[in-house]
Design a protein around this ligand. Structure first.
Ligand code: ADP
Ligand code: ADP
Ligand code: MG
Length: 472
């Protein structure tokens, strides 16, 4: 086993990894960028190192991070999500320097990081994909011809994309040309890769993804699925495990397909195979994320399996003890992404100081947070400040418990998505499982929520009223 794990990330996922290391008795080293010096992950780790002034010199500098490992005697790196997690350079540098990368091989990352290579690979493994272009598409005429063949609407997608960026829907040929230019420009800006391709736009699908665990000896299993259909602009807001839609037969079929996808690239460690499921029960592979995923917590809660601990054990060469038939799903879990954003103003990101912070608790409540009272949210980074994961024995209990926990959650000084999320989980459609990836677009009235007072705030008002009344 490793002696010291360097966590090449920040925020809640850095804390999540440090917690797993703590439980395993492993020393941890955090890294941080100058403007991030108040961040919580620095305090949670055994050691912390300043790696640069900003995100690029800090969390994105693979060479600096590997050199640091050598200097401080760290023998493994966990990349978390975002940043360097899907950059094949980091595992390659690790390999050259005798450090273990806690993740898949650079080859598997490179193959799945290119959505066209990924699609071609899974087609060979007999897994259905969304009809579309066979490769990248540049030529406008060629694109229009193909779109007419597969039928509008179509989706233009960035080949090297991720995080919901570089995606555009087109209803006709003039929109298609605009979409191609816009997607390509956005992809070049965000990922440095302008390549795009075309796919049939699946109407009102569910986003269903399977959590994979694979060791270095070819043992590959899945931990069931997550429904991540509650999205805004192709970015996930709420995730659920298990899906309310899948029959045991479909779960087995899609789970087997996900395992075949992983095996097709000799995958080892944790990964996620993403599918779209249409109204007729047809499923299509869309991509594989070769890293830990934000919403892994819902899977942990319903299976009881510590995914991050498994990642570390697998990387150290341990054989997977868990067998497919041992994976049992108990009850339901819902994860809500608490973002520092103002939903009423187009989800504008919020920076600033948190003047008060009260998190919920009680039965079935898990928080993976990164903020505290007095913390100033810096710009530059993701706006997600905490994840609330709630579990229950039935769907109804879980949804009602999630609403209760959100009502207890109070973050002051900044705008957050808490009230908006409360409105969603209390809505009739959410409760009845009647949602697709179009849910937020189709229900704009959800944005008319009133900022609710948390119980804590109410207590404050009451106590100040009493104080005023008694002349204190
Ligand atoms: P998840 O799939 O885990 O739900 P997201 O799509 O929300 O994750 O992405 C998690 C983080 O990783 C976000 O910060 C997102 O911007 C970033 N990210 C995802 N894919 C890429 C990519 N290909 N290149 C750069 N950053 C990415
Ligand atoms: P990213 O790498 O940015 O996560 P994905 O390919 O996983 O991109 O797609 C993100 C989301 O975009 C999906 O969850 C889904 O809502 C939507 N999407 C992607 N491809 C299609 C498609 N062919 N038809 C309809 N929606 C799609
Ligand atoms: Mg995706």
């Amino acid at each position: 086993m490793f002696k010291k794990v360097l966590v090449a990330n920040r925020g809640e996922i850095a804390t999540r990894i440090i917690r797993a290391c703590n439980e395993m008795g492993l020393k941890t080293a955090a890294i941080f960028a100058q403007e991030d010096c108040e961040a919580l992950h620095i305090r949670k780790a055994d050691e912390a190192y300043l790696v640069g002034p900003g995100p690029i010199e800090g969390y994105l500098n693979a060479h600096r991070i590997v050199d640091l490992c050598l200097e401080i005697g760290a023998d493994a790196i966990h990349p978390g999500y975002g940043f360097l997690s899907e950059n094949p350079l980091l595992p390659k540098l690790c390999e050259q320097n005798g450090i273990t990368f806690i993740g898949p091989t650079s080859e598997a990352i490179a193959m799945m990081g290119d959505k066209i290579t990924a699609k071609q690979t899974v087609i060979k493994a007999g897994v259905p994909t969304v009809p579309g272009s066979e490769g990248n598409i540049e030529d406008h005429k060629e694109a229009i011809k193909l779109a007419e063949k597969i039928g509008y609407p179509v989706m233009v997608k960035a080949t090297g994309g991720g995080g919901g960026r570089g995606l555009r829907v087109a209803q006709n040929s003039s929109q298609l040309l605009e979409a191609m230019d816009a997607a390509s420009r956005e992809a070049k800006g965000a990922f440095g890769k302008p390549e795009i391709f075309l796919e049939k736009y699946i109407e009102e699908p569910h986003h269903i993804e399977f959590q994979i665990l694979a060791d270095k000896y070819g043992n590959t299993i899945h931990l069931g699925e997550r429904d991540c259909s509650i999205q805004r602009r192709h970015q996930k807001l709420i995730e659920i495990a298990p899906s309310l839609l899948l029959t045991p037969e479909l779960r087995k079929e899609m789970g087997d397909a996900a395992v075949r996808v992983a095996k097709a690239v000799n995958y080892s460690n944790a990964g996620t195979v993403e599918f779209l499921l249409d109204k007729n029960g047809n499923y299509y592979f869309i991509e594989m994320n070769t890293r830990i995923q934000v919403e892994h917590t819902v899977t942990e809660v319903v299976t009881g399996v510590d995914i991050v601990k498994n990642m570390i054990e697998i990387a150290s060469g341990k054989k997977l003890e868990l067998k497919q038939e041992d994976v049992l799903i108990r009850g339901y879990a819902i994860e809500c992404r608490i973002n520092a954003e103002d939903p009423k103003r187009g989800f504008m990101p919020y920076v600033g100081k948190i003047t008060s912070y009260t998190s919920p608790g009680g039965i079935g409540v898990r928080i993976d947070g990164t903020v505290y009272q007095g913390y100033t949210i810096p710009g530059f980074y993701d706006s997600m400040v905490a994840k609330l994961t709630v579990s229950g024995l039935t769907w109804e209990e879980t949804a009602k418990r999630t609403a209760r926990a959100l009502r207890e959650y109070s973050v002051k000084g900044i705008k957050t998505t808490i009230s908006f999320l409360t409105e969603i989980v209390q809505s009739e459609k959410f409760l009845s499982g009647d949602f697709s990836t179009k849910f937020i677009d189709e229900n704009p009235e959800l944005l008319n929520y009133e900022e609710k007072l948390a119980k804590e705030d109410l207590a404050l008002i009451i106590s100040s009223a009493i104080a005023a009344h008694s002349g204190l």
